[in-house]
Design a protein around this ligand. Structure first.
Ligand SMILES: *Cc1c(COP(=O)(O)O)cnc(C)c1O
Ligand code: SF4
Length: 340
C-alpha cells in the first residue's frame, strides 16, 4: 500500500504534492500497490496520478463539505433517502484507494468505520416501513472493504427483510483492487443473488484503468447474471477530452459495462483543481454524443447544490415553441420544423 509515510520513496514528488505532505488535508493518501503500478512515474500529468496523489490545492478552504445536503436527507445514521423510490446506505467510510475528487469527503476516510449490526438493523427497520423504496445503493466508502462476514450479514438481512429491493453494489474496487473479487467473495454474492437483482455500479474514469485484471473482476459479476454499469466523474487533466471519453466508453461497452453517468464534479472542498467548467463539459457532451452510439453514451449529470438533486445536462436541441409547431436544431447545426 502507498501512504503518506512511504510515498516519497516511490515517486519523485512535484512541489505541489510535497506541499500537501507537509500540510495534509483530511482525506488520507492511500493507494493500492496495484493501482499505483498503473502510474507512469515519469509523467507528472499522469491521469491516475492526478486522481490519487494529493496536491496542495486541496487545502483551499472554498466550496462545501456536503453540497448535496446528504446529512439533511439522512433518515437513520447511515441511510440517505433523497429520491422517493431509492435510498443510499453508507456501509463504511473506507476505500482501498482514496480518490482526490471524492464528493463524500464529509464521510470518506474519517473514523466512522464499517457499518455496525445496530446500524444495519436501523436501516432495515426503516426499509420495512417504506415500501416505496425499490432500490438500495450499497455505497460508502467502498462496500467491498467490508469483511466477507459483514457483507454476508448485510446481504442476508436485506434479502430476508425486503427481497423485492434491487441492490446496487457501488464500488471502485474493481478498478483499484481487482484481486478482492476472489472465489470466496464471489461465493457469497452468488448465495444472495436471488429475488430482485444485484447491479454492479463501477467507477472507471480513464481507459488505462480497464486492465485485464479489472475487466476480469467485472466479468465475474456479469458471468453470474449481474449487469454492470459505470459512473465516471469528469476530471480536469484526467478525462476532460472527447477522444479519451470516447475511448473509455467504447472500451467499457466492449467489455459489457454500460456507461451510465458522467458526473460533473460537485462543489466539494478540496476538489476544485479537478473540476471542469460546466460550459466546457456541455461542449464535450455535445461532441461525444455525435461520436458515440446510444448504448455507449453516458448521461452527463450534475448534482445541484443545496441538495437540489441530480439533473441531466445536454445540449438543448429544441430551439423554438410555436402554436402549431416547434423548431429543432439538428446535431449538425441545421434547423427542422416539427408539427405539434
Ligand atoms: C444518485 C443518488 C441515487 C441514485 O440516483 P439514480 O439517478 O437513480 O442513479 C440515490 N440516492 C442518492 C442519495 C443519490 O445521490
Ligand atoms: S472510491 Fe468512491 S467513496 Fe472512495 S474515495 Fe473514491 S469516490 Fe470517494
Amino acid at each position: 500500500m502507498v501512504t503518506k509515510d512511504n510515498i516519497e520513496e516511490k515517486l519523485d514528488l512535484t512541489e505541489s504534492e510535497r506541499k500537501w505532505l507537509e500540510n495534509p488535508s483530511s482525506l488520507p493518501l492511500l493507494v493500492t500497490d496495484y493501482f499505483f503500478s498503473l502510474i507512469d512515474k515519469n509523467n507528472i500529468d499522469d491521469p491516475i496520478r492526478r486522481q490519487v496523489i494529493p496536491q496542495s490545492e486541496e487545502n483551499r478552504g472554498e466550496d462545501f463539505l456536503d453540497p448535496l445536503l446528504e446529512v439533511n436527507y439522512s433518515v437513520t445514521e447511515r441511510l440517505i433517502h433523497h429520491y422517493n423510490n431509492r435510498c443510499a446506505l453508507l456501509t463504511t467510510d473506507r476505500c482501498f484507494t482514496y480518490c482526490r475528487h471524492c464528493f463524500r469527503r464529509r464521510f470518506t476516510g474519517t473514523s466512522s468505520g464499517a457499518i455496525s449490526t445496530e446500524q444495519i438493523d436501523d436501516a432495515i427497520t426503516y426499509l420495512k416501513a417504506h415500501n416505496e423504496v425499490k432500490e438500495l445503493l450499497l455505497t460508502g466508502g467502498d462496500l467491498f472493504t467490508l469483511s466477507n462476514e459483514r457483507l454476508e450479514y448485510l446481504f442476508k438481512s436485506l434479502r430476508e427483510a425486503r427481497k423485492d429491493i434491487i441492490l446496487r453494489l457501488c464500488t471502485r474496487a474493481v478498478a483499484t483492487a481487482p484481486e478482492r473479487f476472489d472465489d470466496s467473495l464471489m461465493e457469497i454474492i452468488k448465495k444472495y443473488n436471488f429475488g430482485a437483482p444485484f447491479v454492479l455500479m463501477a467507477q472507471f474514469n480513464h481507459p488505462v484503468e480497464l486492465t485485464d485484471k479489472a475487466i476480469k473482476a467485472v466479468s465475474r459479476f456479469i458471468d453470474i447474471g449481474i449487469p454492470a454499469y459505470n459512473q465516471s466523474v469528469l476530471l480536469k487533466g484526467v478525462n476532460d477530452n472527447v477522444d479519451i471519453l470516447e475511448e473509455l466508453s467504447n472500451k467499457l461497452m466492449y467489455n459489457r459495462i454500460k456507461p451510465y453517468y458522467l458526473f460533473q464534479g460537485d462543489q466539494v472542498c478540496g476538489t476544485k483543481h479537478l473540476r471542469v467548467d460546466i460550459v466546457k463539459g456541455l461542449e464535450i457532451e455535445k461532441e461525444l454524443r455525435k461520436r458515440l452510439s446510444g448504448l455507449t453514451m453516458p448521461q452527463y449529470t450534475a448534482d445541484l447544490p443545496q441538495g437540489g438533486g441530480k439533473v441531466i445536462l445536454t445540449e438543448n436541441y429544441l430551439k423554438e415553441i410555436h402554436e402549431d409547431h416547434v423548431v429543432f436544431e439538428t446535431p449538425d447545426g441545421e434547423r427542422r420544423s416539427y408539427p405539434r
